[in-house]
Each structure stands twice: as C-alpha cells, then as structure tokens.
Ligand binder design. Structure first.
Ligand SMILES: NC(=O)c1ccc[n+]([C@@H]2O[C@H](COP(=O)([O-])OP(=O)(O)OC[C@H]3O[C@@H](n4cnc5c(N)ncnc54)[C@H](OP(=O)(O)O)[C@@H]3O)[C@@H](O)[C@H]2O)c1
Length: 213
C-alpha cells in the first residue's frame, strides 16, 4: 500500500495526508468540492480531487469524513474504486445532539458500530478502524514523556490490519490489535472518553497508553 487516497478535507484528512506524505507515501486528498483544498494542496504539495478521482488512483484509502456522511462519501468514491482496497477508518458515529455533561452522543448503540455498518455495506473493501480516538494534533509522530501511546485497531482482514499496523508504527504509536470489525463497538466509543477532558478542562492533547503485563 504505497499510493494512498485520503477522503476528507478537514483537519484529520489534512493531518493524515501530510503525515503519510512525510513518511514516504504517494498521497492524494479528496473532497466533494476539491477547490476548497486549493491552498492546502499548494502548500502541502498534495494533489486534490473528488472522492471518486482520489479513490480510483489509490491502492489504499483513509476515510476521514463526518461519521454521518461516511456512507455518502463512500458512495461518491464509487464501489468499483473500493474493491479490494484497505480503508483506514478514522470516523466516529457522533450524533448532532450536543454532548451530555462532556460526553459526546453517538448515533450507534452499544452492540453496533459505524465501521461494521460500512464493512457490511461495502464488503468489497477491507476496513480497519484506527486513529479515531486521539485528536488530530497527536496523530502523527506524537511525543510524550511516558513513551509511545497505544493505537487500538481492528478489522476483519489480517493482511489489511498488518498494513495499517505498519503505518501506525511508522507514525510513532504502539499498535494494539483488538480483533475483528466487531471490536469497533468498543474502539469507537473511546472517542467519547478521549473528549471528556477536552470538554471539561479544555485539554485536547493527551493520548491513551496501555500498560501491558
Ligand atoms: N477532529 C479530530 O481531531 C478527530 C480525531 C479523531 C477522529 N475524528 C473523526 O474523523 C472524522 C473527520 O473529522 P474532521 O474533524 O477532520 O472532519 P469533519 O468535520 O468531521 O468532516 C469533514 C469531512 O466530512 C465530509 N462530509 C461531511 N458530510 C458529508 C456527507 N454528507 N457526504 C460526504 N462527505 C461528507 C466533508 O466533505 P467535503 O470535503 O466535501 O466538505 C469533509 O471532508 C470524523 O468522523 C471524526 O469523528 C476526528
């Protein structure tokens, strides 16, 4: 997976596109309106296109769109352009309702997840959940006195997970394989936990680390 298409024009898409480029990948970035990426594209040296254009040329994809727009973004990318491809899924199923006492509200239930829904709808692609439970500022080359933080990931395809684990490691994280796509039911809500110090104390630069024994 050398040629990566990033679907998403906001902070996560730009951060991961620039991080992937810095780590030697050939990257393109997509939006429904690629012209909105003109300034970023020129300064980062990363070509911008529509979701379909970017997906068509890529060997692997990063899905970095609003959770509620994820199905639409993949439909625009085009199912033929997803066939066999790894999709690094950074999305969270955050609902439009405001946080409740600092706890984000999700549009999924405890025994479901957005990634399972996407994997079922687009079975031709190989989804791997990752990068969803840390703020964009710490996604690439995080630096903490306590050592590398832990990146939980999951998905149904072993080869896809191995490729994503390599990216996670290149970016300076400890990859932690949580199993099949079902584990997204546990990984997606970590975004709620991660955001609580943000909403309560305006602290947005932490990351999770597991102390294994
Ligand atoms: N912000 C963070 O630090 C952070 C951290 C971890 C995970 N995440 C997750 O990462 C994802 C991206 O977050 P973000 O903050 O970068 O951006 P965002 O504001 O959540 O999403 C912006 C992107 O979503 C696309 N989009 C919105 N509605 C759409 C629709 N109906 N159909 C197709 N595309 C649609 C936009 O497309 P256009 O380009 O066409 O406008 C844009 O590219 C989210 O799921 C978020 O929960 C965010």
């Amino acid at each position: 997976m050398q040629r990566i298409g990033v679907l998403g024009s906001a902070v996560v898409g730009k951060t991961l596109a620039s991080g992937l480029k810095a780590h030697g990948y050939e990257v393109r970035i997509g939006s429904r309106t690629p012209s909105t990426l003109a300034e970023y594209s020129a300064s980062a040296g990363i070509h911008a296109g529509t979701f379909a254009e970017v997906a068509a040329r890529a060997e692997g994809l990063v899905l970095a769109v609003r959770g509620a727009g994820a199905e639409e973004a993949l439909a625009l990318a085009g199912s033929a352009n997803l066939r066999g491809k790894i999709v690094i899924d950074t999305t969270n199923p955050i609902s439009n309702a405001p946080p409740s006492d600092g706890v984000l509200q999700l549009f999924t239930g405890p025994n479901s997840s957005l990634m399972e829904r996407l994997q079922a709808r687009y079975s031709e692609a190989r989804f791997v959940k990752a990068f969803n439970s840390v703020g964009s500022a710490r996604m690439v080359n995080p630096s903490f006195a306590g050592g590398p933080p832990t990146m939980f990931y999951c998905g149904d395809d072993a080869d896809a997970k191995a490729a994503v684990a390599r990216v996670i490691e290149q970016f300076g994280w400890e990859p932690a394989d949580m199993g099949s796509a079902v584990a997204a039911r546990a990984i997606e809500p970590l975004c709620q936990l991660w955001c609580i110090p943000g909403f309560r104390q305006n602290s947005w630069t932490h990351a999770f680390r597991v102390l294994w024994s």
